[in-house]
Design a protein around this ligand. Structure first.
Ligand code: SF4
Length: 511
């Protein structure tokens, strides 16, 4: 009997899927982007895209740009310059090998700073969401929370998670972190919803594991991930043990369905010529993910009814992802600022003092976000489990600024770009022998600026402020990792008002 078969017979039939998936694995740390693309194709994921069941996602015009964006997170580890490679490569004490930082459990504040710097690099390389940070943030939160839960309650989740994450690091996989439940009536708890599946929950308990039902919304990287790490959407209370579940399964697990989410102007990605796409190489996407009686074996469960740890997990994951925005959105901001400066040159207004001042304002806002991302990283601390956590107050300040500043950057870019941003003829008319020459003649601007290059830059700005790129740059900046009110609540809790009042009492000698 081969070791695999022995393992199967011990684990039982229900575990077959998971074991075969792990044994197949990919066995390769530090994959290239191309190797990643091949590995994700092997999963043969199927999605419902605009009324059709699509099975060849790698070739699908809507999916391909977002896979290309994820591939950048792999290619960074093989960059020509040593400084970039050093940003993406890190030694992991867990698997005892050099791994891609997107799978790393942070071991120092330097790791946290490098994480944000790497995300800025990916943001300015792709100009969009590159999706892979959610799994990294979820892993760091699950790692410390399972440690705390085991220490307090005697569970063995931490060892299970370590075994799981060692496999992720060794195979260099993409993990989608899934937190957001549909939530139904926002005024009601999970147990009081008319349909209890509106919060993902355990519907059946078997000797080998559990069966779950529910859905996760806004899953940007799901169709490009090998694995999904599911977390509760909020702190659960007495009577809500079935909703306090954290687990991981391969993305091609039976029972999971993917329903593609629309983005503004997304069908431009299907057009040829590609000029009107704005970002011709990369893009994001959204997916509604349904779990319809999905089986999860015990070894893949990392929280199962331990109520106090559901809230702790949510808080930690959210804080890590709020830090992440101080890197990724800044990188996309770099692209928007660069495009705006370029269009100012092409329009012949680069020397106007008010244009220079607006560009300075854009840089100031963008670097303020980066400063927040770096600050919450530099002020981080070790958890009881040994990985490093950001300063939560500063991470929440970072994200609250992210809910505002990209909108102001977009407003300034729109101001500088001019009204043509919303009125340009299509790429088809540019190619038309009758209309093309008129377009080139009347869209000429500063001497030396090619009208077609001018259109390219304007389309990129349009993509980021009003097109499909605005989903990641603006709507996601508002709601990703929680809406502004979530950060205000955390800032209120962690702002140490008592301490500040005490300082004033001491200063004024007030008892
Ligand atoms: Fe990463 Fe930013 Fe996308 Fe989140 S929104 S997955 S931090 S690129």
């Amino acid at each position: 009997m081969t070791p695999v078969v022995t393992l199967l017979s011990r684990a039982g039939v229900n575990s077959f899927y998971f074991i075969s998936r792990i044994v197949k694995g990919h066995g390769m740390t530090l994959k290239t982007g191309r190797e990643y693309q091949q590995s994700i194709e092997q999963l043969a994921l199927e999605a419902h895209v605009m009324g059709r069941t699509e099975t060849h996602l790698a070739d699908h015009g809507l999916v391909q740009p977002s896979r290309a964006a994820v591939a950048v997170t792999y290619d960074g580890a093989h960059a020509k310059d040593a400084a970039t490679r050093a940003l993406f490569r890190v030694h992991s004490p867990l698997c005892k090998e050099e791994v891609n930082r997107f799978t790393h459990l942070h071991r120092s504040t330097d790791d946290l700073v490098k994480k944000v710097t790497m995300q800025r690099y990916c943001g300015h390389t792709t100009g969009c969401c590159f999706q892979r940070c959610v799994g990294m943030d979820a892993a760091n939160a699950v790692y410390s929370t399972t440690f705390d839960c085991d220490a307090a309650t005697g569970t063995d989740y931490h060892a299970r998670f370590n075994a799981y994450w060692t496999m992720i690091q060794k195979d260099d996989l993409v993990v989608d972190g899934a937190m957001t439940d549909p939530k139904g009536d926002r005024g009601k708890r999970p147990r009081d919803q008319k349909d209890p599946d509106l919060f993902l929950r355990v519907v059946d308990r078997k000797p080998e594991g559990v069966v779950v039902c529910g859905a996760k919304l806004h899953q940007t990287g799901m169709l490009n991930a090998h694995e999904v790490l599911v977390m509760p959407t909020m702190g659960m209370r007495e009577g809500e043990a079935d909703w306090a579940i954290c687990f991981a399964v391969p993305t091609n697990t039976p029972g999971i369905r993917y329903i593609y989410g629309r983005q503004t102007s997304d069908t431009r990605k299907l057009e040829t010529p590609s000029l009107d796409m704005g970002n011709p190489r990369y893009g994001g996407q959204e997916v509604m993910t349904v779990f319809d009686h999905v089986f999860v074996p015990h070894e893949r469960i990392f929280l199962n009814g331990e109520l106090p740890y559901s809230g702790r997990l949510v808080e930690r994951f959210a804080a890590y992802h709020r830090q992440s925005y101080g890197g990724c959105k800044v990188g996309v901001g770099d692209v928007l600022i660069g495009a705006t400066a370029l269009i100012a040159c092409m329009n012949g207004v680069a020397q106007a003092s008010h244009i220079k001042d607006k560009l300075v304002e854009m840089i100031h806002l963008n670097e303020t976000l980066f400063a927040c991302g770096i600050a919450c990283s530099a002020m981080g601390h070790a958890t009881a489990a040994g990985n490093f956590e950001i300063d939560m107050l500063l991470a929440n300040v970072c994200k609250l600024n992210v809910t505002r500043f990209p909108y102001e950057l977009a407003r300034l870019a729109t101001d500088i770009a001019g009204g043509l941003l919303g009125t340009m003829p299509s790429a088809h008319d540019l190619e038309d022998p009758v209309t093309g020459p008129y377009i080139k003649k009347y869209l000429a601007a500063a001497e030396g600026a090619d009208p077609v290059d001018r259109i390219k830059v304007l389309r990129l700005i349009e993509n980021l402020v009003a097109g499909s790129g605005a989903v990641a740059y603006l709507i996601e900046s508002m709601h990703g990792a929680g809406p502004p009110m979530a950060q205000r609540i955390m800032i209120g809790r962690q702002g140490r008002l008592e301490e500040k009042m005490a300082h004033v009492r001491t200063l004024l000698k007030i008892p």
